[in-house]
Structures are given as structure tokens and as C-alpha cells.
Design a binder for this molecule. Structure first.
Ligand SMILES: CSC[C@H]1O[C@@H](n2cnc3c(O)ncnc32)[C@H](O)[C@@H]1O
Ligand SMILES: [Zn+2]
Length: 448
């Protein structure tokens, strides 16, 4: 008999839900991890014979799933959670968020806010997020401090901010940041032009040129509100999707965020072009932007992932909530209970997100050769009992409170629901510091 192979970690669980192949549920299996990668997935008894792990984690009431992928974030805006509620998007942006960003957002804000977001996301089973925000180098540093995987946005917007003075400055800074890190085992990059209403044709075309040269995804807000479409019709004589199609942006590298307002023809076009959509149901509901036609997009063959958007639009960065909401809304909206079954929603929150980011061969499912980005969900509490189908519970019954452990690249970042890389007390303290900074003027006015 062969000697057992030394490996870093063996995870043993009641269930493993690999997401690939779709719908599979493995009972009483183990995941062998070495050097950050999944080396094998096999029955526990066989694993005991084949492997000698340095660390063994036994989880007899848990399901192991691929780490969740949050396909659209502005992570640092966790420091603006609840700052301006109950407003439609453009009023929220122009009267509250953009003025606050102009006054307060700097490297320190983005570093602290992104770490706060990373902590919340890790506690909720998220291992990777696709970010679009000012000072992206601070977001990159924060993700690395947390040990999380991130896709960092090389942003573009046609007006100056504290981060960059003009369109050239945005692109130069974004490209330099990518050069500093590329390649990196945890960081990848997207171009992130903010939206068709804030980036003109010239700069969208420049982004496309670079994205094609570097084979990098383009992450953009698109068709979020009815007003966005009406204004585009007035200014350009066409809808935003048609405009960016004419510019050449549609294709497998496009991640279109929101896509709330779509015609049947537009859904077909997105499918033909191989585009991805980041569906953000909580944010769309909170701003009363509308409901994206997710069932129709999926039926047409569009790759749809899930995102929280920012904590300023959502108040929560909880992907379990987005999964449940996406499933329930699609059923209610279509009048068909069979649309978006649980396995498909889990796939949206994992593999579809990975594919949108161009990382489908590295993350998004539990398969030998992929990175060990894994979340453990504990099924022992009474609100998870009884369990006929663990995949059903993951989407309809579970919440972030059931997430017990998280690994990224094989490193344990959440152990028994405690963060291992981030200091909870310090993050809360820094969040309060920033709230005081942001509200000093407001308190003075109230006290007068
Ligand atoms: C160029 S940095 C990102 C920019 O986007 C703003 N933002 C946050 N949430 C949304 C949203 O849902 N739609 C449009 N723009 C949004 C954020 O405040 C930054 O200025
Ligand atoms: Zn957004």
C-alpha cells in the first residue's frame, strides 16, 4: 500500500455541494487542500487512507460550498450605511452621495471602509468581490489585509474627484495599479467606467481599446432606472444599451450591472453577445428602481451573477439575502414558481460570478485544481431543521448567521464565526470615527 500523501488541510463535512456538476450533492465526503488549491474531493474513508493532513477540520453538521462571489460592490461605502435612505437613485447620488464623497473620501476612508465591508462579507460566506470605487489602491490593500479575493475596478468617470483630475488621470492611475499587482494570486482587475450617463463616448471607446488589448472585463452600471433610459433617448436618440453596443462594448467581457429595464430584443442581444449581468435585487428595491427580468435573462442564456451593490444602497452586504430575494422575486414577477430553483440561484452566486470575472477556471465551484475558496454552513440550528435538501436550505432558509468557516486560497479567514485576519473592535471604532467626520457639520446644524 502507498504511503499517505502529506497535505495542508482536510475538510470533512456532512455534505459537499460543488456547484459543478450542477445540482450535485456529495454525502460524507472530504476536500483535500494543498498549497491553496483543491487537490481532491473524495469519500471521507478514502481520504483518511490517501492523505496525511497537517490540519483536519471535521464538520458533521455542515455543508461546504464554493465561497460566494459578490459581483457588484462599492465596498468602502459601508461607511455610508444608512446615511441617506429612502431616496430614488439620482437624488441619492447627486444630493447626498457625490457631495459626501467630494468632501470626505480619501485613501484612509477607502481602506477602513473596505476592511469593514470585507469583515461583513467574510462573515456571510463571501470570498471574492468585484469592486468599483475611488482610490482603488486602498481597496486592494484592504482586500489583501483581509486575505480576500477581489476584482478591483480601474474606474473612469468624466468629472474630477479627489482621486483623479480628468479622464486621462483615472485611466493612468488604474493601469499603474494593475501593473503594480499583476499577476497576483488574490487580485484581478476590471475596467469600471461608472455608467453611460457619466462617461462620454470618447472615454468609453478608450476603455474598450484598453480592455481589448489587456483582455480585461468591463464593469459598468447599465439600465438601472427608467430616467437613465429617458435621458439617453433625449441626449443620444437611443437607449444606453444600444449606444454602448454601437461603441462596441458588448461581448463576453461585459459585466452589466442592474439591467432593470430591458426589452425582449435587448435580452436577446445580451445573450447573443455573451454578456454577463450583475443582478442586485436589494439595491434595486431600496431605490425603487424596478425589478430586473432575471428569469427571462437566464432563459435566454445570459450569464447572471448576484451583487449587493453598496451598503449605502442596501444597508447589508449579505449574499444569502440576495440569493433568497432573487429567487422569490423572479417567481413573483414571472408568476411561475419553477423559475430560479435553488441550485440555479447558488450557481448565480458562485460559478456565474466567477465566469463574469473571467475567473471561471480558478474559482466558483469545488473542483480539483481550483483555488480552495470555500464556505462552511452549519445546519445544526433549529431554523435549519429538518433538512430534506441542503441546497434548498442554503437559498431559502440559511442566512449569514449559519456561516461558520471561510477559506480563501486554503487560508482560514473565519473560524467558528470569528474573523482571523481582521480586528472586529478596531473596525467598529474606525467606522464610528468616520461617522463623526461625516456628520460633524450636520450635528452642529441640528444643535443650533
Ligand atoms: C466611479 S466610483 C463608483 C461611483 O458609483 C457610485 N454609486 C454607488 N452606487 C451606485 C449605483 O447603484 N448606481 C450608480 N452609481 C452608484 C458611487 O457613489 C461612486 O461615486
Ligand atoms: Zn453600484
Amino acid at each position: 500500500m502507498m504511503d499517505p500523501v502529506k497535505i495542508d488541510t482536510l475538510l470533512e463535512a456532512r455534505w459537499i455541494i460543488p456547484v459543478e456538476p450542477a445540482g450535485a450533492v456529495l454525502h460524507g465526503h472530504a476536500i483535500a487542500i494543498d498549497q491553496g488549491m483543491i487537490r481532491a474531493i473524495l469519500p471521507r474513508a478514502e481520504a483518511h487512507v490517501q492523505f496525511e493532513p497537517r490540519e483536519r477540520v471535521v464538520m458533521n453538521s455542515h455543508a461546504l460550498i464554493p465561497g460566494l462571489i459578490n459581483l457588484h460592490t462599492h465596498a468602502a461605502m459601508s461607511l455610508m450605511r444608512g446615511m441617506a435612505d429612502d431616496l430614488p437613485l439620482m437624488e441619492w447620488l447627486t444630493h447626498h452621495i457625490w457631495p459626501a464623497e467630494a468632501k470626505h473620501v480619501d485613501q484612509g476612508f477607502v481602506f477602513d471602509g473596505t476592511r469593514l465591508a470585507c469583515a461583513e462579507m467574510l462573515q456571510g460566506g463571501v470570498t471574492c468581490f468585484n469592486d468599483m470605487y475611488l482610490f482603488p489602491e486602498a481597496a486592494a490593500r484592504a482586500a489583501l489585509a483581509a486575505g480576500m479575493r477581489a476584482s478591483i475596478g480601474m474606474i473612469a468617470i468624466d468629472f474630477p474627484t479627489a482621486y483623479a483630475s480628468d479622464p486621462d488621470d483615472y485611466l493612468t492611475k488604474g493601469l499603474a495599479l494593475r501593473d503594480d499587482y499583476n499577476p497576483h494570486s488574490l487580485l484581478s482587475f476590471c475596467f469600471a467606467p461608472h455608467a453611460p450617463y457619466t462617461v462620454g463616448d470618447k472615454n468609453l471607446s478608450r476603455v474598450l481599446t484598453y480592455a481589448e488589448q489587456l483582455d480585461v472585463p468591463i464593469h459598468i452600471h447599465l439600465h438601472e432606472t427608467g430616467d437613465e433610459i429617458d435621458n439617453s433617448l433625449k441626449s443620444y436618440g437611443m437607449r444606453p444599451l444600444e449606444r454602448i453596443h454601437k461603441l462596441g462594448l458588448l461581448g463576453p467581457n461585459l459585466i452589466a450591472v442592474h439591467m432593470v429595464h430591458l426589452t425582449g430584443g435587448e435580452i436577446e442581444l445580451l445573450a447573443q453577445q455573451g454578456c454577463s449581468v450583475a443582478h442586485c435585487p436589494s439595491s434595486n428595491l431600496k431605490h425603487a428602481s424596478g425589478l430586473a427580468p432575471v428569469a427571462a435573462l437566464i432563459e435566454a442564456g445570459v450569464n447572471v451573477g448576484l451583487g449587493t451593490d453598496s451598503a449605502a444602497s442596501n444597508s447589508r452586504l449579505k449574499m444569502f439575502e440576495e440569493m433568497r430575494l432573487a429567487a422569490l422575486l423572479a417567481k413573483g414577477q414571472s408568476g411561475r414558481a419553477e423559475v430560479l430553483p435553488a441550485w440555479q440561484v447558488l450557481q448565480m452566486a458562485t460559478l456565474n460570478g466567477a465566469r463574469a470575472l473571467g475567473l471561471g477556471d480558478r474559482i466558483g465551484s469545488l473542483v480539483p485544481g481550483k483555488a480552495a475558496d470555500i464556505a462552511a454552513v452549519d445546519f445544526s440550528s433549529l431554523d435549519m431543521a429538518p433538512c430534506y435538501d441542503p441546497v434548498s436550505h442554503l437559498v431559502y432558509a440559511a442566512g449569514r448567521e449559519h456561516v461558520s468557516h471561510v477559506w480563501v486560497n486554503g487560508k482560514m479567514l473565519l473560524r467558528d464565526s470569528e474573523l482571523t485576519t481582521l480586528d472586529r473592535e478596531e473596525l467598529v471604532h474606525r467606522a464610528e470615527f468616520w461617522r463623526e467626520q461625516m456628520t460633524t457639520g450636520v450635528i452642529a446644524v441640528h444643535e443650533k
